[in-house]
Ligand binder design. Structure first.
Ligand code: BG6
Length: 512
């Protein structure tokens, strides 16, 4: 193939350096992930001057396309899904760098053709054939593709070139399958070559949790059981299962969201300050927080975990059919679309502080936040106003939408009497920063290109997440759906979730 590859945008001139020359090989290049997220993210990196001049994309898929047809599809994808308008020159520069290998993922000959294409890329740019393999395939092919990459010699780093593999959740469906997947990946690639994506870690606001905690002196001294009453982590979605029914019915909210996205939020909130801001220190501290989750026994699960499934209702004024009536769902399905739980973290910082987690689909509003409720002031100084009536201080980290943070505290209402009201200091990202819209994959892809694994998960991190939720999966399997609570689509979730907090006199924060 001989396609002129015009220069991409000039170097950003910012603090970030251009990534190393590399080929970005996408297995599953004809799929949704490629066109909706990967291409737009690569475009944003190109527009920001962060891609090497010797960058290319090699799409691998079964679709019977010529290279020109693949390029036409990628151009159309950028026109449709770019996050912030398209500059034709940058788009054409990127599209011109696209090559295509047609083939079945289980056919060794496909990998031979990928190899030839990579050699050709390296020749045409006169560079080493550094390469990222991105598995944008259905998850049941992860092991297989990784294994064939290994067998074909494509995973091998030689002559100073590097080879990296990006895999995205689901990493298995429980601890056993996650361990098996890790084992398969590690047969073909070394751990340091594997980049496991949790897309929550690509979100600016998620990365900001560490900055808020560790770049400010005022939060850390009060960030413990001495001052914090409890923590609520909410990932509420308005979307229903839509066309993912068949897949989702085998997954459910727990597997889909908890050991990955919610635990990442929990780990960033609960971790000890790392001694260095590097991949080993940060990931080790996060891992320790997950490993410190108190193991849930069968009795504790009955008391501390609530699962729900949406019934028909209205979300934002639009009718939503019951989960069981959605396409691809078994009519008597007991798959949960909502889960809430109370967890404890067994360490000196957090002993006795409940962490409440909840996530669900078809809820009243879309909202991801971490709410940290502080203990009450110790002294009833305002005589006619029992201290119990004073709202407890609250710090809310808003992950999405309306990104920002708010501190709720008590203030005197002006006037001769001492009357007190809860008020709010509110920081909004948009008031301070002019960040261009992004897919959330830009940082992750760029970090892989520059070999910074801090925002990626190691095999042990994935396994620790599953280890904490596996007992719930077992208990639910045994219960056979008896404890499943229905909730109306468009509501805040099942009422039964209230019982997790009510014994302490606390409540969930309203979702909208
Ligand atoms: C995915 C889940 O990992 O995250 C989806 O599979 C969920 O079910 C999505 O909708 C939520 O991501 P975000 O970025 O929209 O909060």
């Amino acid at each position: 193939m001989d396609v002129a590859a015009p220069g991409l945008a000039p170097d950003s001139g910012g603090a970030l350096r251009r990534a190393d020359p590399c080929a970005f090989v996408i297995f599953g290049a004809a799929g949704d992930l490629t066109k909706r997220l990967l291409l737009p993210a690569l475009y944003n990196l190109a527009a920001g001057g962060l891609l090497s001049d010797a960058f290319s994309i090699v799409g691998v898929a079964r679709a019977d396309w010529s290279a020109d047809e693949f390029r036409a599809h990628m151009r159309a994808a950028l026109d449709e899904f770019a996050t912030d308008g398209v500059d034709a020159k940058t788009r054409d520069g990127l599209v011109a760098r696209c090559r295509y290998v047609r083939g079945d993922f289980d056919d060794p000959a496909t990998y031979g053709r990928v190899k030839d294409e990579l050699a050709d890329v390296a020749r045409s740019f006169n560079t080493r054939d550094n390469c990222i393999f991105y598995l944008a395939t259905p998850p049941d092919l992860f092991s297989h593709v990784a294994c064939l990459l290994g067998e074909s010699g494509l995973a091998k780093e030689s002559d100073g070139c590097w080879r990296r593999l990006i895999v995205e959740k689901p990493f298995g469906v429980d601890l056993k399958s996650a361990c098996a997947l890790n084992k398969d990946l590690l047969r073909a690639f070394a751990e340091k070559q594997i980049y496991r994506i949790d897309h929550y870690l690509g979100k600016e606001t998620v990365q900001n949790i560490m900055v808020l905690r560790f770049a400010n002196g005022m939060f850390e001294p009060i960030w413990s059981r001495h001052h914090i009453d409890h923590v609520q982590i909410t990932v509420a979605e308005t979307v229903s299962v839509e066309n993912r029914g068949k897949l989702y019915d085998h997954t459910g909210a727990l597997r889909d969201m908890v050991p990955n996205h919610l635990f990442q939020l929990l780990a960033l909130t609960a971790m000890e300050p790392p001694s260095r801001f590097d991949a080993v220190s940060v990931r080790t501290e996060k891992l320790k927080a997950i490993e410190a989750i108190h193991p849930l026994t069968k009795d504790a699960i009955a008391a501390d975990v609530v699962r729900g499934q949406y019934a028909a209702g209205k979300v934002k004024g639009k009718s939503v059919a019951a989960y069981r009536d959605a396409a691809g769902i078994a009519p008597a399905s007991v798959t949960e679309t909502y889960v809430a739980m109370r967890l404890h973290i067994d360490n000196w910082r957090w002993a006795g502080v409940p962490f409440y987690l909840r996530t669900g689909k078809a809820l009243r509003a879309r909202k991801t936040e971490i709410a940290i409720r502080f203990r009450s002031a110790p002294l009833a100084l305002f005589r006619d106003m029992p201290v119990d009536n004073l709202a407890q201080n609250l710090l809310v980290l808003r992950i999405q939408p309306d990104e920002g943070a708010a501190l709720h505290f008590n203030a005197k209402i002006p006037g001769p009497e001492v009357r007190i009201e809860n008020v709010r200091m509110n920081f909004k990202y948009e008031d301070y920063f002019d960040a261009a819209p992004s897919t959330g994959y830009e940082t992750l892809i760029y970090d892989c290109m520059i070999a910074d694994p801090m925002l990626f998960q190691r095999a042990i991190d994935i396994e620790a997440g599953w280890r904490a939720v596996d007992p719930i999966l077992d208990a639910w399997r045994e219960a056979g759906g008896r404890d499943l609570c229905l909730y109306e689509a468009g509501s805040d979730g099942p009422r039964e979730a209230e019982r997790l907090l009510s014994p302490t006199g606390q409540q969930w924060r309203a979702i909208a």
